[in-house]
Design a protein around this ligand. Structure first.
Ligand SMILES: [Zn+2]
Length: 264
């Protein structure tokens, strides 16, 4: 998403092995966990995972990573969550997880997909296979919240976006937690002020070209975009920050449900 930024990190170009990703996704299949594809691009499957999705009485959560191919910590965080932490949440939530929305960008280590399109600017059109496939997958699904993992190679610290009608300042709690992992980005644009330090609004002025505002408009009343500094922090710290953001968000929604104030 990256405020005012749209260029791929310099030095991109080597090819990564997408099978490393699909192998890990396929290994997740088991009781209550299904693995399927919502399409393919350049012969690479766009794969997603559902957890406890047949149980309707739990808040449903959408988790996405790798919309930009040069932001690997989000993919790793989504996979780690499914591999290591899902057991603690599968009784309370249903999940749809797309660990790597942009396989061709991941392989090339580019922000855009292999055809040069920024998927996160394509959700209001019908020309980009990744956004077309994702929109079809989500078609009639409703989520309590959606979390989209991104990275920013130009910042020194973590920051995030939050949007939604029922938002009760989850962002401030995420920032408080992530500040124990690494510094929060203090770079503040006067034209784009934060709600609280490190937390920016998902603006209605964005329209629905991006995934998060598209989800906010049609599928989820609460959206979070977490942004880790891909050049300034090592990958383990960035993964930890994304997972912390996700866990604070889930804790909030679990609490809302217990108190009968379930997010709509
Ligand atoms: Zn991004």
């Amino acid at each position: 998403m990256e405020r005012l930024r749209s260029e791929t990190k310099p030095g991109a170009g080597r090819l990564r092995d997408y099978e490393d990703i699909t192998r890990r996704i396929d290994a997740l299949a088991g009781p209550g966990v299904t693995v399927a594809d919502f399409g393919s691009v350049d012969g690479l499957p766009m794969r997603y995972v559902t957890v406890a999705a047949t149980t309707s009485d739990r808040p449903s959560v959408l988790l996405t990573g790798g919309v930009h191919g040069d932001e690997p910590a989000g993919i790793e965080a989504a996979l780690r969550f499914l591999e290591d932490r899902i057991a603690g949440y599968a009784q309370s939530f249903a999940f749809v997880v797309v660990p790597c929305v942009n396989p061709t960008g991941y392989v090339r280590e580019t922000r855009d997909n292999g055809a040069g399109a920024d998927i996160n600017r394509a959700f209001d059109g019908d020309e980009t296979p990744e956004s077309i496939g994702l929109k079809a997958l989500l078609h009639e699904r409703k989520f309590a919240c959606a979390v989209d993992f991104h990275e920013d190679w130009e910042t020194q610290g973590f920051y995030m976006y939050e949007g939604g009608r029922d938002t009760g300042g989850v962002g401030a709690r995420i920032i408080e937690r992530v500040a124990q992992i690494g510094p929060i980005d203090a770079d503040s644009d006067p034209d784009d002020p934060p709600i609280t330090p490190g937390v920016y609004p998902v603006s209605s002025s964005w329209g629905t070209v991006g995934l998060a505002p598209y989800l906010l408009a049609y599928h989820a009343p609460h959206v979070i975009i977490s942004e880790t500094p891909s050049a300034a922090w090592d990958i383990e710290r960035r993964v930890a920050a994304h997972l912390a953001a996700l866990e604070v968000t889930l804790a909030t929604h679990a609490h809302s449900r217990q108190t009968g104030n379930r997010p709509r």
